[in-house]
Design a protein around this ligand. Sequence first.
Ligand code: 3HC
Length: 296
Amino acid sequence: MSEIRKVGVIGCGLMGRGIAQVSAASGYPTVVREVNDGLLEAGLGAIRKQLDRGVEKGKLEAADRDATLERLSGTVSLEDLTDCDIIVEAIVEDIEVKKDLFGALDRQCPDGTIFASNTSSLTVTEIAASTNRPDRFVGLHFFNPVPVMKLVEVVRTGATSSATFDRAFAFARSLGKVPIACMDNSGFVVNRLLVPYMLDAIRAYEEGIGSIEDIDTGMKLGCGYPMGPFILGDFVGLDTLYFIAEIMFEEYREKRFAPPPLLKRMYLAGYHGRKTGKGFYDYSGEEPVVSKFVTK
Ligand code: 3HC
């Protein structure tokens, strides 16, 4: 099994920056690419802030923070990823954009480079088919917040070679994560179970079974979940949840994956959760309060 010496990450948004941080912290020279300098600087700045917070809390040595940052570089040029042994893509969930990106990478990278997509719901098989190396293509699905969540789903398509799967699995483990093997079905393991649960919580609310806060408290304290389904929906992003649900409904054609009307309206109205400051909860004050959009 050939060694992974250098890691490329494409996208320095919420997921990409977490993956780049974890990769550099695990000892890999890591280069992360964004489409422009503004987005790149925002992503790298967030990583620095995260690492500084670790030092302030006494969870990370200042020397380790500095070494991590030294291993991390940013670029706006795809060519700077040519010598990476594995490239993990974490860009917008748009199949055509991903296919174009991997088509370009396929033309420029050596045969040995493994390609991985962090897609949460698109078909890895379809993205891999845009390259001439579907045997060296996997899904590597991380969870938000990446530095904290231990799981990585390693997704094998019908075309993925065993050697590639094993390398990607070992790579995920070398990041300090716990990898699990998944088939390339929409949602893999976690979203296949989590998304219908979150959608069902919205339906339960629409049916008047409980208030937003009571349903959240119920699942938090009754099941020991770190967050109730509505707080979690706001955390994941209601735009993301809506898109994933649409894709999963399209794949399985089962009602349990269909986005409820309320979710669609919140998405359309710009209530995307924490990232827009309002979702099921309003985040403009000290503590989140249930948003007026859902109580009227
Ligand atoms: N980035 C990095 N680190 C973060 C963070 C962030 N956004 N938010 C919190 N943390 C770290 C904190 O620094 C802290 O680290 P420390 O213990 O070393 O100091 C640790 O997480 C705990 O944070 P807090 O004490 O502030 O807060 P909580 O104890 O409430 O934990 C949480 C926050 C880890 C987010 C916890 O609430 C949780 O696990 N929530 C569920 C998250 C979840 O389910 N994620 C999966 C979403 S689904 C998904 O990603 C798939 C996608 O395809 C949709």
